[in-house]
Design a protein around this ligand. Structure first.
Ligand code: BES
Ligand code: ZN
Length: 590
C-alpha cells in the first residue's frame, strides 16, 4: 500500500505519473491556458487513475494512439479541488489530456500592464505551492509524486516565457503574432515546484551558474542587489555538498508576488521588496538557494511534514549568513526569527496543534494554516541537534542526509529513523518527541545572544522609562539593528514618541520594507494619524503577505482605522494575488 497524501486525490497504487509533456497556449485575452498535457506512467496501468484538478475544463482524454479514455470529474471541494477519474484501458503507458485553465486558476495571477514596472505589457506568473499546481495541469498533486517534464509555451510575440526548467529553443508560434518557447526539466520535481512566468522579461549573467531575470526597468537594481549570488552558492555547497540543479537563476517578480521568495528549481522567484538598495535583504535569496537541497532534493512527503522543508532551510540560510557576514549577524537574524515565532505562537495559542512540527492538516486549506512555526521552531530544533552533537559531526550528518534522500519525498518519521541510525541516542537526549509532536516551544530551545543584540534590546526596554537611543548613533544602525529595536519597543507609543522617532529617523520614508512595515505597524497600533497616508499607499505598492497581513491586522484592530482598512482593501485588493486577497479577507472578517 502506498502512503496517501491527505491533500491529494492521487492513489499511487493505481499508477504513477513520472513524466509530463505540456503544450500550452497562453491567452491573455481570455486569461486561460489551453492545450494538452501528456502524462507518462512509470509502468503500464489499467483501470481507474485519479488525478487532482481545480477549475480545469477537461475536453478530451486519449492514449497517444488516439484511443479514447473515459473520464469523469467529481464535484469541486473547496480545499482539494475536483477529482478527475480516468478509466485506463489495459496496458496504458501514457494519457493525452486536452484541457483549459480557468481565469480564476488559483495558481495563476494575470496582471494588467499597469500592474507591472514597465506599464506596457501584461504579465502572468504561477505560484503552485502548496496545492495549486492542480489548477494549471491535471496531475497527482502530492510531493510524493515526482515527475520530470518538457513544456512548450506559446505566448504573444512581444513577451518572453521563462520556466523553472532548462530553456530550449524558441521560435515563431503556430498562430500569427505568437512565439513558442520550449523547456526541459530533466530532474524530477514535486508538482508544487512547477513554475513559469510570461512578461516583458530580460536577463543578465551574474556568475558562471547564475543569471538574474527581471523586467527591463528593474534589471540594473536587481543585478546590483544580488551580485553576491555566486559566493552564496559556494557557501551553500560547503554546507550541503554539490549543487545538483545545474543552474541557479532567479526572477525578480512584479510587486504583487505574495511571498518573499519561492524556491522554484533553476529559477527562484523573488519579491521586488528585496531591492532595498543596500543588500540587506539578501538572506531571502540565501533561503531559496538553500531549498535547492532541503526541499527540492529532500522534499516533505506531505504538507504535514513542511517543517522538514522550512526548518532545515532556515537553519541553512543562517549558516550561509554566518559564513558570509559573521556570528553577530547570525545572532540578530535568529533573534528576529524568534520574535516572529513568538507572534505566531501567540496568535495560534501556544497549545494549538498547529504549533507542533508535525501537523495534521487533513481537511484544512494549507494557505490558511501557513505560519512561521515550521520555519522558526524547526530552526530551533535543527540548531539544538547541531549544538548537541557539535558542528563537525552535524555537518557530516546533513551531507549524508541529503545524499541519502536526494530526489525523494520523505515523512518526519523517515527523518527520525535516519537520525536514530546516524546519531544514536541524540533524539532521546534532546526530547525530539516533544519538539515534533507537542505544541509550543520546549524549555531546552537554544537561545542566541550577542553583545549587540543585548544592547539594542536594552535600549528598547528602557523606552517606557523615558530612555531614548542617541540620535547620532541610531542613524548608523544597520537594517537588522532597526528591526530588533522596533520589534522590542512597546506595541503602543504615545503620539509624541511616534513623532520623535519619525522626526529623527524618517521612518515613514524608509526604503527598506522590513523597517517600514515594522514602523507602520507600531504607528497603526498606536493610532498615530500621520502615517495613515503612507500606510494606505504602501498597501497598494506591495503584494507580499508578510507586509499586508500585519498592517491590515493593525488597522482592523483599532476601531478608528477599521474603515480605513476596508477602504484600502476596496481600493487595492483587486491587484493582490488571490492567495493574499483570501488572507486579507479573513483578517477583515474577524
Ligand atoms: N517555499 C516558501 C514559500 C511558500 C511556502 C509558498 C508555502 C507557498 C506555501 C519559501 O521558501 C519561503 O519560505 N519564503 C519566505 C522566505 C523567508 C523565510 C526567508 C517568505 O516568503 O517570506
Ligand atoms: Zn522556504
Amino acid at each position: 500500500m502506498s502512503r496517501r497524501d491527505p491533500h491529494s486525490y492521487a492513489d499511487l497504487d493505481q499508477g504513477r505519473v513520472t513524466h509530463v509533456d505540456l503544450d500550452l497556449d497562453v491567452d491573455f485575452g481570455s486569461r486561460t491556458l489551453s492545450g494538452t498535457a501528456t502524462l507518462r506512467l512509470a509502468a503500464p496501468s489499467s483501470g481507474p487513475l485519479d488525478l487532482d484538478t481545480r477549475t480545469l475544463t477537461i475536453t478530451n482524454a486519449a492514449t497517444p494512439a488516439g484511443v479514447a479514455i473515459p473520464f469523469e470529474t467529481a464535484a469541486n471541494d473547496a480545499v482539494m479541488g475536483a477529482r478527475l477519474r480516468l478509466q485506463l484501458p489495459a496496458g496504458t503507458t501514457a494519457v493525452v489530456i486536452s484541457y483549459a485553465t480557468s481565469p480564476e486558476a488559483s495558481a495563476l495571477q494575470w496582471l494588467e500592464p499597469a500592474q507591472t514596472d514597465g506599464g506596457q505589457q501584461p504579465y502572468l506568473f504561477s505560484q503552485c505551492q502548496a496545492i495549486h499546481a492542480r489548477s494549471v495541469l491535471p496531475c497527482q498533486d502530492s510531493p510524493l509524486a515526482r515527475f520530470t517534464y518538457q513544456a512548450k509555451l506559446t505566448v504573444p510575440e512581444a513577451l518572453t516565457a521563462v520556466m523553472a526548467a532548462a530553456p530550449g529553443e524558441k521560435g515563431p508560434g503556430a498562430r500569427a503574432g505568437t512565439r513558442a518557447f520550449t523547456f526541459a526539466m530533466p530532474q524530477s520535481i514535486p508538482p508544487y515546484l512547477f513554475a513559469f512566468a510570461v512578461g516583458d522579461i530580460v536577463s543578465r549573467d551574474l556568475g558562471p551558474r547564475s543569471r538574474v531575470y527581471a523586467e527591463p526597468k528593474t534589471l540594473d537594481r536587481a543585478a546590483w542587489e544580488f551580485a553576491e549570488v555566486d559566493s552564496m552558492l559556494l557557501a551553500a555547497e560547503d554546507v550541503f555538498g554539490p549543487y545538483l540543479w545545474d543552474r541557479f537563476d532567479f526572477l525578480v517578480m512584479p510587486s504583487s508576488f505574495p511571498y518573499g521568495g519561492m524556491e522554484n528549481p533553476r529559477l527562484t522567484f523573488l519579491t521586488p521588496t528585496l531591492l532595498a538598495g543596500d543588500r540587506s535583504l539578501v538572506n531571502v535569496l540565501a533561503h531559496e538557494l538553500a531549498h535547492s537541497w532541503t526541499g527540492n532534493l529532500v522534499t516533505n512527503a506531505t504538507i504535514d511534514d513542511f517543517w522538514l522543508n522550512e526548518g532545515f532551510t532556515v537553519w541553512a540560510e543562517r549558516r550561509i549568513h554566518e559564513k558570509l557576514y559573521g556570528l553577530e549577524a547570525q545572532a540578530l537574524s535568529a533573534a528576529i526569527g524568534r520574535n516572529g515565532l513568538n507572534d505566531a505562537l501567540a496568535s495560534f495559542g501556544s497549545d494549538s496543534p498547529f504549533t507542533c512540527l508535525k501537523t495534521d492538516g487533513e481537511g484544512k486549506d494549507p494557505d490558511e494554516f501557513y505560519s512561521l512555526v515550521p520555519y522558526e521552531k524547526g530552526f530551533l530544533f535543527v540548531s539544538l541537534l547541531e549544538q548537541t552533537v557539535g558542528r563537525e559531526k552535524f555537518d557530516d550528518f546533513i551531507k549524508k542526509y541529503i545524499r541519502h534522500f536526494s530526489f525523494t519525498s520523505i515523512t518526519t518519521e523517515q527523518f527520525e529513523e535516519f537520525l536514530d541510525k546516524e546519531l544514536p541516542g541524540v533524539a532521546a537526549q534532546v526530547g525530539a518527541q516533544e519538539w515534533i509532536r507537542r505544541p509550543g516551544v520546549p524549555g531546552n530551545a537554544p537561545s542566541f545572544s550577542s553583545a549587540r543584540l543585548e544592547h539594542l534590546k536594552g535600549l528598547a526596554a528602557g523606552w517606557a522609562g523615558g530612555a531614548r537611543p542617541q540620535v547620532a548613533a541610531a542613524k548608523q544602525w544597520t537594517p537588522e539593528d532597526w528591526q530588533i529595536f522596533l520589534q522590542a519597543l512597546p506595541r503602543q507609543l504615545s503620539e509624541a514618541d511616534c513623532a520623535w522617532l519619525d522626526g529623527n529617523f524618517q521612518l515613514t520614508k524608509h526604503g527598506n520594507c522590513e523597517i517600514l512595515c515594522n514602523w507602520l505597524a507600531i504607528a497603526a497600533g498606536s493610532g498615530y494619524a500621520a502615517t495613515r497616508t503612507r500606510t494606505r499607499a504602501f498597501l497598494g505598492e506591495v503584494g507580499r503577505m508578510k507586509y499586508l497581513k500585519p498592517l491590515y491586522t493593525a488597522l482592523h484592530k483599532n476601531p478608528e482605522t477599521r474603515a480605513l482598512a476596508q477602504e484600502t482593501f476596496a481600493e487595492h485588493g483587486g491587484g493582490y494575488h488571490p492567495i493574499a486577497r483570501g488572507g486579507i479577507e479573513r483578517i477583515l472578517a474577524g
